[in-house]
Structures are given as C-alpha cells and as structure tokens.
Design a protein around this ligand. Structure first.
Ligand SMILES: *Cc1c(COP(=O)(O)O)cnc(C)c1O
Length: 397
C-alpha cells in the first residue's frame, strides 16, 4: 500500500494546489484598462451596463451593485426594515456576513439548524425559530446548491417575513428551472475573487420589488436622492439633492463593474467546467464508504462554488484535522467552510453557546473543502482524488 506523504511517502504532486483561484484573461484586463482611460471611474456607464446584464442573467427586475457582498447584505437588511430589537433567522454554516448584517441593523441573528444531508438551512427549523420579533430570513445557498426556496418562501409569506437569499455561492444555479436571483425577495451575489465570477471585490442585490429597489438605491449612497418624488422640500435648483435617510457609501467602481461584465461573458464556460469537476469528484467519492458526498436536491441545477468532502469518522482512524493535514502534505491545500458563526468569540460575548444547532456542529467536525475552480486541469483534479484515495486506504478502520 502506498504511504501518504504525512506518513513518510511521496506526495501525489510536487506543486501546491489551492482550494480556489480566480481566472483572469486578456479580455478582463483590457476591459479594466478601457475604464481607466475613460471619463468615469465610478457611477459611470459600466455600472448601469452591469446592472442590466445581471437582470438579464437572472430574470430579476432590478439590480443594485455594491462595493462588496457584505455591503449588499447590509442594505438588503435595512431595506427589509430590520432594526433595533428585531430578529433575523439564518444558518450557522455560512460566512459571518450572513449573520453580521442583522447585527449591523441592531437586530439579533437567530440560528436555525441545517438539513444533515444537503447542509442547507432546514425550512422546518426556520419555522420553529419564528417569534413576533422576526423580520427576515437570510437563506444561504451553501456551496452553490440552492437553499430550498419554495418552502422557505411559503413560510415567509405566512408569517409576513422577507426572504433574503445570500447567494454568494449561487451564481449560475437554477432552482426549479429558474435562475437564482429572481426568486427570493432579495438575492445577493458576491464577486470576491474566490467566487465563480469576480470583480476583485463587489456584490449585488437583485429584487423584483420596486419599493425595495428604491430603498436599496438610497442606502447604497448616503441616503441621498435626486428624485423629486422622494424629496421633502422643493428643489432649489438643478444642483439640489436631499439626504432623506442615513445611508452609506457602498458604491462599486466602474473598474470593478467592467471586470465583472467581462467575467460574465465567461460564465457559461465557468459553469461547464465546475460541473465537470464536481461530476468527476462525485464519481470518485460516491462509492467510498469512508466519505459522504453532499446530497443534491432535484430542485437545484447546481453550479458548485465549493466542493465539500465529508469524512465518516467511525470508518477512519484519523479525524478531520489529521485528514486535512494529510492532504496538505500531499500538496493539496484545502480549507474548511464553515466554522459555525456562533462559535466566534464575538458571538459568544453576545450570549450564543455551543449546542444550538447539532447538525451544523457535527458537520463542522467532519468537513474539508477540496480544490474547485475553473483553471484546474484534469491532472489537478486527478491528483486531488488520488490523494484522498491514498489517505482513505491507509487510515481505513
Ligand atoms: C463571500 C461571502 C459573503 C461576503 O461577500 P463579500 O463580497 O466577500 O463581502 C457572504 N456570504 C457568503 C456565504 C459568502 O461566501
């Protein structure tokens, strides 16, 4: 039997491979350079063009692009009317921003447990967590598989809550045949470099509701309006504008927008490659009893942002930490998504304790994020698989 590198063997590859990496080509570079030579570096034509393209892509009526996905979630929560004393239900298996957006507004995040097989928020647990103070649900499309939006929307409608979709992972995925982005009341995409499409930084909120759209625009830019209908006083002249609410400067630059537009031209290619890699991983791992493959729901036609390998601890002599280190020794540099949000000291200080969401806590103990990105070669994919196989065979119980 071959020895894993951590036990003195030879690594499956000489060079390191990371869990994610952006793909930037000459077209992307040219797109940014053109903006730099133009009249507008921000609030220019690339912003409107990108917003139109995102509406076309998703079928959403309105798009408000922001400096990043976290800012987008913040203005979504504000536009949903989330404020002091309110509650916002979300999943613990996510990046902190999904819950922090409630804290920014003075509200309390309430964590509902995940489904143990799809790893997405469990609609039944959401329903149980609703109180008279609940204002909104932030559902995360973990790894790019759509959250189960139909039951979530039903629950939100029954209880008069807004459904905000944290779709940081979901671009390119369809739910019940419809592109994610036009289904929930508001959907956020992130354009951080590890995400499927990047602008360096960047985010967007998509919505079909005009009233929400108007609020989003205000909160994105200081609460300032030039729309006479939103003003409290008669305009004093053509220069006149009013600050009618307390907003922020969460605007995106035209350089970011141009890069994202150029990246979106490659989205079909990104989707195809990600699906290919995921299919290959699934094929290799689904008949290994020592690991679980994330369950796919038929409603979601998934473009995966992250690939999660879940170990079955009872079938191995090593735990997740050791498995992770063994992969590292093979030069397969992985990650873990995510540490349950309420484990963080800041949340602990707010009174959250371990034990809240048992399915999420168990998942966290057993997961490793494997490399998945457009530019991975077939050889890269095979070396990841070989490394997993070698480790599993050596440490099989
Ligand atoms: C990346 C990410 C965010 C934050 O997006 P930024 O653009 O980095 O601010 C929020 N939620 C999830 C689930 C993410 O993966």
């Amino acid at each position: 039997m071959e020895r894993p590198a951590i036990a003195g063997g030879k690594p499956v590859r000489e060079s390191k491979i990371f869990y994610g990496h952006q793909y930037i080509d000459e077209d992307d570079i040219q797109a940014v350079v053109e903006v730099l030579k133009s009249d507008y570096l921000t609030c220019g034509p690339k912003i409107t063009e990108l917003e139109r393209k995102l509406c076309e892509l998703t079928g959403a009526k309105y798009a408000v692009v922001c400096s990043n996905g976290t800012a987008a979630l913040h203005i979504a929560a504000l536009s949903a009317g989330v404020g002091e004393g309110d509650e916002v239900i979300t999943t613990p298996i996510t990046f902190a921003a999904s819950a922090n957006c409630a804290l920014y507004c003075g509200a309390r995040p309430v964590f509902a447990d995940i489904d143990p097989e799809t790893y997405n928020i469990d609609p039944k647990k959401v329903e149980e967590a609703i109180t008279p103070r609940t204002k909104a649900v932030v559902a995360v499309d973990y790894t790019g598989q759509s959250a189960d939006l139909a039951p979530l929307l039903k629950i939100c409608r029954e209880h008069n809550l807004l459904l905000i979709e944290d779709g940081a992972h979901v671009i390119g995925t369809k739910y019940q045949g419809q592109m994610n982005g036009s289904i929930a009341d508001m959907t956020m995409f992130s354009f951080h470099p590890v995400k499927t499409v990047t602008g360096g930084e960047g985010g967007v909120i998509l919505t079909n509701e005009e009233a929400l759209y108007k609020k989003l625009l205000l909160f994105r830019s200081h609460g300032i309006t030039r729309d006479v209908e939103q003003m409290q006083h008669e305009p004093e002249g053509l220069w006149y504008y009013e600050q009618v609410d307390l907003g922020y400067n969460y605007r995106m630059t035209d350089m970011q927008a141009a890069l994202i537009i150029s990246q979106l031209n490659k989205l079909p290619m990104f989707i195809r490659r990600r699906k290919e890699i995921v299919a290959r991983y699934n094929e290799a791992f689904s008949n290994m009893p020592e690991v679980f493959v994330q369950r796919e729901i038929p409603e979601s036609d998934t473009t995966r942002h992250l690939y999660i390998l879940r170990i079955v601890p009872e079938k191995l002599t090593i735990d997740r930490k050791q498995f992770f280190e063994a992969l590292g020794a093979e030069n397969i540099c992985c990650n873990v998504h995510y540490i349950p949000v309420y484990y963080f000291p800041y949340y602990e200080k707010l009174g959250y304790r371990k034990g809240l969401c048992p399915n999420a806590e168990k998942l966290y103990e057993e997961i490793i994020t494997l490399p998945l990105y457009y530019a991975m070669s077939d050889r890269d994919v095979e070396s990841v698989i070989e490394a997993v196989q070698k480790i599993v065979e050596f440490y099989r119980r």
